[in-house]
Design a protein. Structure first.
Length: 269
């Protein structure tokens, strides 16, 4: 059988995929469906937001020097700055803990009894996670394109597609960190806790750095969100060079995960 772990990892997630798909479509429909109502009050709302502290604006995704109720601003702070990355990262962190979860439940030994190397097992697991996350990203992208057209948002398809790809690469980067910690520790709880901490701490650090707070500006390089420039992507309708940095993080931690799993002694687990 070709790619047995990959196929099992995907086929057993049918209802998982259905639930997440339904939730994403509903969320994007509700969020963008209200845009015409907000658009009529754009001037008053933009003026109110301008009076807010920069730190607060950054934390709620309204920074970046863009008016919050402009087409790019609304799409950014309501979908791409926080909400969609959060949803996909929750999914990615859960999927990323699969390898260590198998070890804790005792079925990892059964997988290793197959004529498969440990690195291949990890790669098939990661491949399945990427396919599942990519499916959710495709749903989000198509839903956003359709709703943006229906409410006359005025943001091009290329902008939405590249913004979605950027979210997905960010998500895979967080997921690869989760897989690495799970492979290193053999504990699903440790993997999920680390992935969640990296995601939340990274978002806060980057947001406060953009607000001009000196300490957070100094440590901004530690945050994976420092490479996430979705406002620029939506404006330009093209990817930014920082996308390669996110891809590098994902590739680097994937390699570390392969090494960690390959060197684990299950007899001491």
């Amino acid at each position: 059988m070709m790619l047995p772990i990959f196929r099992r990892s995907v086929t057993t997630k049918k209802w998982w995929l259905f639930g997440w798909t339904t939730g994403i479509i509903a969320l994007i429909t509700l969020t963008l469906g209200f845009y015409p109502s907000f658009r009529d009050q754009a001037d008053d709302f933009n003026e109110m937001v301008e009076k807010m502290p920069e730190g607060i604006k950054s934390l709620i995704g309204m920074g970046g020097g863009v008016e919050p109720l402009s087409p790019v601003g609304y799409l950014s702070h309501e979908i791409f700055a926080f909400v969609l990355p959060s949803i996909l990262m929750i999914a990615a962190i859960g999927l990323g803990g699969a390898v260590s979860g198998d070890e804790e439940s005792g079925i990892l030994e059964n997988y290793y009894s197959l004529p498969l190397s440990r690195p291949r097992l990890v790669l098939e697991r990661l491949g399945a996670a990427v396919v599942l996350l990519g499916s959710l990203g495709a749903v989000a992208c198509i839903s956003t394109v359709v709703l943006a057209h229906l409410v006359d948002l005025g943001v091009g398809i290329a902008s939405i597609v590249w913004a979605t790809i950027t979210v997905l690469v960010l998500t895979v980067a967080i997921g690869s960190i989760t897989v690495f910690v799970g492979g290193l520790s053999g504990r699903r709880s440790a993997a999920i806790a680390t992935g969640t901490t990296v995601a939340i701490a990274g978002y806060i650090i980057t947001s406060l750095a953009e607000a001009g707070i000196g300490f957070f500006r100094a440590i901004r390089f530690l945050s994976v969100f420092s490479l996430y420039n979705v406002v620029d992507v939506l404006r330009a309708g093209a990817p930014r060079w920082s996308l390669l940095g996110l891809a590098g993080v994902a590739a680097g931690f994937t390699m570390l995960a392969l090494l960690a799993v390959g060197r684990r002694d299950l007899r001491r687990a």
